[in-house]
Design a protein. Sequence first.
Length: 136
Amino acid sequence: MAALSSLGRYKDFGLLLARIGLGLSFIFLHGYPKLVGGVETWKVVGSAMSNLGIDFFPAVWGFLAGFTEAVGGLFLLLGLFYRPACLLLAFTMLVAGMNHLAMGDGLMGAAHAFELLVVFVGLLFVGPGKYSVDKR
């Protein structure tokens, strides 16, 4: 469609919008609630690592998941330490998706985590765009 073909000139703005939306979502809807949930929440979240054969220190893993989602979301939003943040967020979504499958939620229950895994891997390759702190 000819009317939409000119939008390609604004790909950096599109990346900025995606970064802001995903970043805010991960800060306030995913990471922050896990961080303020305290040790009991961290243990529940961290127990997902048992799907990878890691059964020790579930509270530490749970805290790290919340921290990764909150701080990684902030870094994503700013475009700061962008690729490492995407990598850590992708791994967190892999563990979350595997946990949904292990809990018997099926592919529909794990779909959101796996979709975000694909998004973060894609963003890892694309980079933060022109409107970012990491801009070169």
